[in-house]
Design a protein around this ligand. Structure first.
Ligand code: ANZ
Length: 815
């Protein structure tokens, strides 16, 4: 055999594996099931470095479980609806499917070359009619239960993509996809009632082994606040104004009310003489973004509405203003302003000359404006109730009870989470399966008429123009109402692609199923996914939506699972020269080029070895050439072994055997705790030790050398499958090393002969002793005091105290 040649290995083993098909989930009950899932990709071009990383990391886990004998399901598919394909189609004057499916083939080929342990028999594409038929089916189930509904409201609008966006898709005031500043438009749109699930989405986080950072983001996004509603009578109006407050204890300091200018209420409250000023203000507000509106350091703006309310505890007549720092769709869209304790209210009061009353005594020495801290209530008493002297918590409880008794308010819980806006005015998505009939209203397309397939539109017909391109396909739009048979029209919006990805993990469990979106029995066998690997950018998007879908389907009796993803691992980004890769910076690294130059295994190894999975990795700091040299060194071991397959290893060199078994034991733990890079480092040590044993130790014929080399092959199969397979063959085995089985650890070989105990005097290390790992505290203390070095260091001083912590440490405190 010649030297290490990665091209030859790649050419040799790929067809062998494709024939063996070792990664097909058996689903036959022969072993415990494990569902390993990685976020499926958008087919927008070939694989990039980020895919390379996430796939390499995910494959370590999946292959580890295969080696351990689990029945692993590791499916692959494509999230193939969405804007990139549509924009490309407009540019190239073709159908989005052309671009989409060509890219899928390109990516599929790259993934195969990348040698991932996917089960290709479960492959799916969300843009296939066989898939989106079921997305539509699920939409209708949500619709039937009132979990999908249409309403008019101000929504996020991306002027560039000419479509609405969900709140989750607006990142710092900009479109999550194209970066354009998002504006507001009043439109009638479809929503999923995710808010019904707010509390359960919070509660069930307890079931999840996810990074704390992601859970925290979801928690904040859901934004639970405990507080109260309070009612304020309005002069000349029958209905009082209800406000939501988290600080009912500050009610005595409410010196004015503020309503959102774009809430209906503002329009109702404005008096004729304030009408012009108000209309002008409203126009300006509509042009601003939510981020701007909520920002604390922005100059406060607002307008007096001309109306007055009454503070229910002070009886004061207080003015009602409209200001954009109050949002229309949070709480009730109206607040009681308490400048004494709220900074934004303080600034507003200061700017417009409104009264400020402190109702919490600030700490000694406080010289700021609004006081938001703890302290006893002050100025908070009337003939009926006094909060004075009470702390914030007690005062809140007392006033809440009082309001409740008086019928002036009630305790409540408010969530920041809004319903999920799911309709899009774009072409390349699943059509919403609803027919609008002038007689019957919103009529679902009957299940047996699904899928509602997309009409054939391409090129310029897809150009964004604010209404869905589907509206221009008149033959498609005009249908008979399924109820009355009269003329009706199809809904022309398509679903957000996040709807497609909210249930794909269920479809994987029975991808061929034709009686429903998934076979319940199959889903119950596999769900929840044991492990999910993907990017943190999905924290409040996909990861939240998929949780909502799973719960809703559970409630509909379609599924046992209440959570989709039991464990989550996030990967970092691959950057270059300290910056994200981008065309404009010219620092892009092409995955395909790297694979051509260094081979698949060296690139995968480099990604895994670079650091902890969730750290960003800077390609400029890494050495794929070094990885390649290591793989060559490992591979050469397999050609050096001189003992036969199955040689009796019990007579082998004990030192090398101990290292081998220790390496396996540590690797097992390291993989389970996602420290793959350390695992690789341990394999490198084993490779070096094995080489040394061959060249200057017990020699190539010692069976311990075979045991070590086989172990290296198996451990490496998680990261460098081609090299590992080639080693396995050189060692006299049949393919595939991927199913060789995780090496068994002999506990007797893990016992350490001795450990180093450190002896400190007054905190300084004075002696190191080789001791038995089983030594007792008393024995260790005796040994330490008998040491010459210790006695010399004590130099005749007496001893006040000795603390022995066997077997590693003795601390001597001299008198
Ligand atoms: C009086 C008060 C006094 C308030 C005080 C706070 C501090 P979270 O915790 O985020 O739920 N608020 C209520 N509805 C609002 C809306 N639509 N737009 C903007 N602000 C709104 O915040 C709840 C608090 O935010 C509420 O409690 C209300 O101001 C304000 F010392 O009421 B508070």
């Amino acid at each position: 055999r010649g030297g290490y040649d990665f091209n030859a290995m790649q050419a040799k083993w790929r067809p062998v594996w494709e024939k063996l098909d070792p990664f097909k989930a058996r689903d036959d009950g022969s072993a415990e099931r494990r569902y390993a899932l990685t976020m499926f990709s958008y087919p927008s071009g070939d694989l990039h470095m980020g895919h390379g990383e996430v796939f390499a990391l995910h494959d370590v886990l999946s292959r580890f479980w295969f080696q351990q004998g689990y029945d692993v399901m590791n499916p692959i598919g494509w999230d193939s609806f969405g804007l990139p394909a549509e924009n490309a189609a407009i540019k190239r004057n073709e159908h989005p499917a052309t671009y989409t499916y060509a890219n899928i083939e390109t990516q599929a080929e790259s993934i195969r070359r990348y040698a991932l342990s996917f089960d290709w028999s479960r492959r799916l594409h969300t843009s296939d009619p066989e898939y989106y038929r079921w997305t539509q089916f699920l939409f209708l189930r949500f619709f039937e239960r009132g979990l999908a509904y249409r309403k008019a409201s101000y929504v996020n609008w991306c002027p560039n993509d000419q479509t609405v966006l969900a709140n989750e898709q607006v990142v710092q005031g900009r479109c999550e996809r194209c970066g354009f500043e998002v504006t507001k438009r009043e439109l009638t749109q479809w929503y999923f009632k995710i808010t019904d699930y707010a509390q359960r989405l919070l509660d069930d986080m307890e079931l999840l082994k996810w990074p704390e950072e992601i859970l925290l983001q979801q928690r904040n996004w859901i934004g639970r606040s405990e507080g109260a509603f309070a009612s304020f009578e309005v002069e000349g109006r029958d209905v009082p104004i209800k406000v939501f407050t988290t600080r009912p204890d500050t009610l005595f300091g409410a010196t004015f009310l503020v309503v959102a200018p774009d809430a209906k209420l503002a329009d109702e409250l404005v008096t004729p003489d304030q009408r012009t000023a108000f209309d002008e203000y409203l126009r300006a507000v509509k042009a601003s973004t939510e981020i701007e509106r909520l920002s604390t350091d922005r100059e406060k703006t607002g307008v007096f509405l001309g109306s007055y309310a009454t503070n229910p505890v002070t009886g004061e007549r207080i003015p009602i203003w409209a200001a954009d720092y109050v949002l229309a769709d949070y709480g009730t869209g109206a607040i009681m302003a308490v400048p004494g304790q709220d900074s934004r209210d303080w600034e507003f009061a200061e700017k417009f000359g409104l009264p400020i009353v402190r109702t919490v005594q600030p700490e000694e020495g406080f010289d700021g404006k609004a006081y938001t801290g703890e302290g006893p209530a002050i100025n908070s008493a009337n003939a009926e109730i006094s909060l004075d002297g009470l702390g914030v918590t007690e005062a809140k409880a007392k006033i809440s009870d009082w309001l409740q008794d008086k019928g002036l308010g009630e305790r409540t819980i408010n969530f920041r989470l809004r319903d999920w806006l799911l309709s899009r005015q774009r072409y390349w998505g699943a059509p919403i399966p609803i027919i609008h009939c002038p007689v019957d209203g919103e009529v679902p397309v009957p299940d047996d008429q699904l899928p509602v397939e997309l009409p054939d539109l391409r090129g310029a017909a897809l150009s964004p123009r604010g209404v869905s391109p589907l509206a221009s396909a008149r033959d498609w739009v005009e249908v008979a109402c399924p109820k009355c048979g009269g003329p009706a029209e199809r809904d022309t919006d398509t679903m957000d692609t996040f709807v497609d990805s909210s249930w794909y993990f269920l479809r994987y469990t029975s991808p061929e199923y034709t009686d429903g979106p998934f076979d319940r029995a199959a889903a119950d066998r596999w769900m929840p996914t044991y492990q999910y690997v993907g990017g943190k950018e999905h924290a409040v998007l996909h990861l939240l939506y998929a949780r909502f879908f799973t719960k809703a389907l559970h409630d509909m009796g379609m599924l046992d699972a209440v959570e989709p993803f039991a464990r989550l691992m996030n990967q970092g980004q691959v950057i270059n020269e300290g910056k994200s890769m981008s065309k404009s910076l010219g620092n892009g690294v092409n995955l395909g080029d790297q694979l051509d130059e260094f081979g698949v295994d060296a690139i995968r190894l480099t990604m895994v070895f670079a650091g902890p999975p969730d750290d960003d990795i800077d390609w400029a700091d890494l050495s794929p050439g070094g990885s390649l040299r290591f793989l060559q060194r490992a591979w050469r071991l397999s050609g050096s072994v001189e003992s036969p397959v199955g040689a009796d290893v019990s007579t082998g060199d004990v030192a090398l055997r101990k290292l081998t078994h220790r390496t396996v034991a540590d690797a097992t733990e390291l993989i389970e705790s996602y420290r793959f890079n350390v695992m690789v480092a341990r394999v490198m040590e084993l490779v070096n030790a094995t080489r040394k044993a061959i060249d200057s130790g017990p020699g190539a014929a010692d069976p311990a050398v075979r045991e070590a080399a086989e172990t290296v092959a198996i451990l490496l199969s998680l990261v460098a499958p081609y090299t590992a397979e080639d080693m396995w063959e050189n060692l006299g085995h049949e393919p595939t090393v991927a199913k060789a089985g995780w090496p068994k650890v002999d506990p007797a070989l893990l016992v350490q002969d001795s450990v180093t105990a450190v002896v400190q005097i007054a905190g300084k290390v004075k002696e190191r002793l080789e001791v038995s790992p089983d030594i007792t505290d008393a024995e260790l203390e005796k040994l330490a005091l008998a040491s010459e070095a210790v006695q010399a260091a004590l130099d005749g001083r007496g001893i006040r105290k000795v603390i022995a912590r066997a077997p590693k440490l003795v601390n001597i405190v001299p008198a």
